[in-house]
Design a protein around this ligand. Structure first.
Ligand SMILES: NC(=O)c1ccc[n+]([C@@H]2O[C@H](COP(=O)([O-])OP(=O)(O)OC[C@H]3O[C@@H](n4cnc5c(N)ncnc54)[C@H](OP(=O)(O)O)[C@@H]3O)[C@@H](O)[C@H]2O)c1
Length: 273
């Protein structure tokens, strides 16, 4: 039997809770009755989010931390369990999306994307899996992206980190099944959040963060290993990745308008932070 977390089993923990998808999922889980421990670096955003839970069935408690700090993440898991009880459901969602182009390959963008999007996930998993394995149950979902399915323009750093996140979840699922841990990967298409507000390209089938949160929380309750949406975009990208490269590259270049782009961006990239 696959374990599905419920508020009676313990609390939910969400990283990347101060903004966008993580913030919307935090509110949605509080609406569904969970006590939600919300983690991110920005104190004021977390405090404002906790206040928004007052009329909801559950509540939100802030636990600030940087996901790239392994010791801090272990400390947050300990602090949440001591203060609020066992973590039944965790959503490891914090992420950044630095874009890169070949003529100006930004080495630090790769390091940062991997530090947050890959090691940030592992830093959460390590202490979580230890306590969940002890209990013989738990549910953990990781936000990757449909951009992790295959190479897309500008997404060398971001897409590679998300491919790694998908891969590490696939590989760990074998052990998690034996431990009673329900491990899921969440692969969103475009969601309108502060992260995508900087995008200078069309975002087909983009949805709002509240709709994304509903789909993710419904997926916690009913989906299998992967929660991917919008389905049409996810399946189109999956099918494109089955094609031989001689078809894949021209089709993606045409679909993204990349065949009409200059080889360099004119303005400096705003997203190197
Ligand atoms: N929006 C999309 O279209 C889309 C599509 C596919 C996948 N995703 C993925 O979904 C996740 C959420 O993205 P979003 O669109 O909601 O972005 P967002 O609005 O920019 O939110 C990113 C969150 O990650 C947190 N974060 C970043 N670096 C962190 C660090 N070092 N330590 C702790 N927290 C950190 C931020 O909080 P602080 O700055 O306060 O720390 C913020 O809460 C990301 O993993 C992203 O890659 C997004």
């Amino acid at each position: 039997m696959v374990y599905r977390a419920a508020p009676k089993d313990g609390v939910a923990w969400i990283t990347g809770a101060s903004s966008g998808i993580g913030r919307a999922v935090t509110l949605e889980l509080a609406r569904r009755g969970y006590t939600v421990a919300a983690t991110a670096r920005r104190h004021d955003e977390l405090a404002a989010l906790a206040a928004k839970a007052e009329p909801l069935a559950g509540r939100i408690v802030a636990h600030e931390a940087d996901v790239t700090d392994a010791a801090a993440m272990a400390g947050v898991v300990r602090a949440i369990e001591q203060a609020h009880g066992p973590i039944a459901l965790a959503f490891l969602n914090a992420g950044i999306a630095p874009y890169t182009r070949a003529a100006d390959l930004d080495v630090t963008a790769f390091a940062k994307a991997h530090a947050v999007n890959v090691m940030g996930v592992v830093n959460g998993m390590a202490p979580l899996f230890a306590v969940m394995a002890e209990r013989g149950r738990g549910q953990v979902a990781v936000t990757a992206s449909v951009a992790g399915y295959g190479g897309l323009p500008k997404a060398a750093a971001y897409g590679a980190s998300k491919a790694a996140a998908i891969h590490l979840c696939e590989a760990l699922k074998f052990d998690c099944d034996l431990l009673g841990i329900n491990l899921q990967v969440v692969n969103p298409g475009f969601v309108k959040t502060p992260l995508t507000a900087k995008n200078d390209f069309p975002m087909p089938s983009a949805i709002g963060e509240d709709e994304a949160a509903r789909r993710i929380c419904d997926g916690f309750e009913t989906a299998g290993f992967e929660i991917a949406f919008p389905r049409r975009l996810a399946w189109t990208l999956k099918l494109l990745n089955l094609l031989p490269y001689r078809l894949y590259f021209p089709l993606v270049a045409r679909a993204t308008g990349w065949n009409r782009r200059p080889a360099r961006d004119e303005a400096p990239q705003p997203d190197k932070a």
